[in-house]
Design a binder for this molecule. Structure first.
Ligand code: SF4
Length: 281
């Protein structure tokens, strides 16, 4: 294990993922990062937070990974793009953190959610942590943009009870402008999850003037309804809570003047999903 791994005594908890984290893993060498990615014995985490009620069923402990290959214009945690901004955390230490909460999580019908950043940037670490959580009888959820879904084998998918899948748009060009990546791998992952009968909660970030095209949303809704495994849709209203991170990191933020969507627009968007036969909030 690298000497730079977080000391046993240091806390992994944060009040929220909106705390700015930079360069916490800077002392880990690139060779050690490569070894960590290959083995999954060490992961890079922004933090653990407790008490979430929006990242899966019940009350959840959420581990926020660092590292993301998307560059979403609306990202509210751009400090999680760079893996070495996170704490280097041995997988055994992360599992111990979960063990502390296992009884409470079961009582509150909750579980563990791995979010980010993009957790599948560290797919071996994710699999080891999910396997450990399962071993403790904890419900598991993966919050992902889906690009690297094919890094998980069918057997590994079985260790994940729920996938919170972000489908950020439908039109390929618009999707690329928004995220910097292609949409098709995410759709392919959604189809594969349907074939494997793994439950999806679909997440859709609603940004006025950017992701509020009704035609685009209707196409996502039809696609999702056709899968047969989408249990619910969460329409997530854009907010400006991450703006200060862009400013602190010296990054140019395209949405500085964008307002959160009005309640009516959120409701209309939910209705588009509902008209396709989905449950949407
Ligand atoms: S996928 Fe998530 S973490 Fe990555 S850039 Fe997009 S919003 Fe940010």
């Amino acid at each position: 294990m690298p000497e730079a791994a977080i000391p046993e005594s240091a806390s992994l908890e944060a009040a929220s993922p909106f705390e700015l984290r930079v360069d916490l893993g800077e002392r880990v060498s690139d060779a050690e990062v490569r070894a960590a990615l290959a083995s999954g014995d060490l992961g890079f985490l922004h933090s653990f937070t407790t008490g979430s009620t929006v990242d899966g069923p019940g009350v959840r402990v959420v581990a926020w990974t660092t590292g993301c290959m998307f560059r979403c214009l609306y990202c509210h945690n751009p400090d999680t793009w760079k893996m070495k901004n996170g704490h280097p955390v041995p997988v055994a230490r992360a599992a111990e953190e979960l063990r502390k909460y296992r009884h409470g999580l079961k009582l509150m019908l909750g579980g563990f959610t791995l979010s980010g950043g993009e957790p599948l940037m560290q797919d071996r670490f994710a699999v080891k942590l999910f396997t450990a959580a399962r071993g403790m009888g904890i419900h598991t959820a993966l919050d992902t943009n889906g690009l690297f879904g094919d890094r998980l084998s069918d057997a590994e998918l079985e260790a994940i009870d729920l996938v919170l899948l972000d489908i950020k748009g439908w039109d390929p060009e618009r999707y690329k402008r928004l995220t910097g990546q292609d949409v098709e791998p995410t759709l392919a992952f959604a189809r594969r999850l349907a074939e494997r009968r793994r439950t999806i909660w679909l997440r859709y970030v609603l940004v006025p003037g950017l992701t509020d095209d009704t035609g685009d949303i209707a196409k996502i809704a039809r696609f999702a309804a056709g899968l047969g495994n989408v249990q619910r849709v969460d329409v997530l209203p854009f907010h400006q809570m991450g703006r200060y991170k862009w400013e602190k990191l010296g990054m140019s933020y395209a949405l500085g003047d964008t307002k959160p969507p009005a309640a009516q627009l959120v409701e209309q968007t939910c209705e588009v999903f509902r008209s396709a036969g989905l449950v949407a909030y």
